[in-house]
Design a protein around this ligand. Structure first.
Ligand code: SF4
Length: 268
């Protein structure tokens, strides 16, 4: 990470918010971690959706989606970022079937033939007070009246009501980048949950994005402080049980492996 500029994507910002030590492992030390079946399924489904919406509208059918998935898997099955680690052949078949089921659920939420996507998997960036915001927006629709709709696909479950605004963290991040970099306030941001399936929407406005911008500036300042002091607080939570860095995490150093069945004391 450059000293002068803190580089933040929605996922790295979320890492720091949830556990500064996790952010350090991933974004400062840049340690590798195995690809879980859940992460790999998310990557595969995202690539398949990108291909689906690049097809002529009348080919964006459930059969077309299934064909696209097979095509993407044939191309990417050797790619370690897409192929899950440690799956047996039978588990891999089940995993592919789940990916197909997720893709198929999209048709319960919208008719892909009617969607006019202007940009797919669009890389965006903006420099904000010593902070470089960057990331990839899954889908942007630019409507005839000039309105922008940003869509983010999710393969996990819909959050409870109390966590809805948190779930929009990534899309508020992208709405801020669109507003600052292109002068466009998106009309709507949409979270498309393929497993439930369900769509959550939010209409960004100036006050919301100004408050979010302050939050990002404060987050960036906290990261800069941690870089200077070396104080990366480990914040144990139930997520530790799936964290790839648990064995090297200071929060777990004093816990015998036989007792590592829940977060150590100090966690929620
Ligand atoms: S094991 Fe828990 S506390 Fe340690 S880095 Fe991972 S998430 Fe943070």
């Amino acid at each position: 990470m450059e000293e002068a500029l803190i580089k933040l994507s929605p996922s790295s910002a979320t890492d720091f918010k949830s556990c500064p030590q996790l952010f350090k492992f991933r974004s400062v030390d840049r340690l590798e971690e195995p690809v879980s079946a859940v992460q790999a399924r998310g990557s595969l489904v995202h690539v398949a959706l990108q291909r689906l919406f690049a097809l002529p509208p009348d080919e964006r059918t459930p059969q077309g989606a299934s064909w696209v998935l097979d095509e993407v898997w044939a191309e990417l099955s050797a790619d370690e970022e897409v192929r899950p680690s440690e799956l047996t052949e039978a588990q891999e078949r089940e995993w592919l079937d789940e990916s197909r089921w997720l893709l198929n659920n999209l048709f319960q939420l919208e008719d892909p033939r009617a969607v006019s996507a202007s940009r797919l998997e669009w890389w965006v960036e903006y420099e904000l007070v010593e902070t470089h915001l960057r990331g990839i927006i899954d889908r942007v629709e630019e409507r005839a009246d000039g309105d922008w709709i940003l869509t983010d696909y999710k393969t996990g479950r819909v959050p409870g009501e109390a966590r809805e605004l948190t779930a929009f963290f990534g899309l508020r991040f992208y709405a801020l980048v669109c507003w600052r970099a292109f002068g466009v306030m998106p009309r709507e941001i949409r979270l498309v949950y393929l497993s439930d399936p369900a769509v959550l929407t939010l209409a960004p406005h100036e006050r919301m994005l100004l408050a979010f911008e302050k939050q990002i500036v404060a987050l960036s300042a906290a990261i800069r402080r941690a870089l200077t002091t070396g104080d990366w607080r480990a914040r144990p939570s139930p997520f530790c049980m799936t964290c790839a860095f648990q064995t090297m995490c200071p929060a777990w150093a004093a816990v015998p492996s036989s007792q590592a069945e829940g977060p150590p004391e100090g966690g929620p």
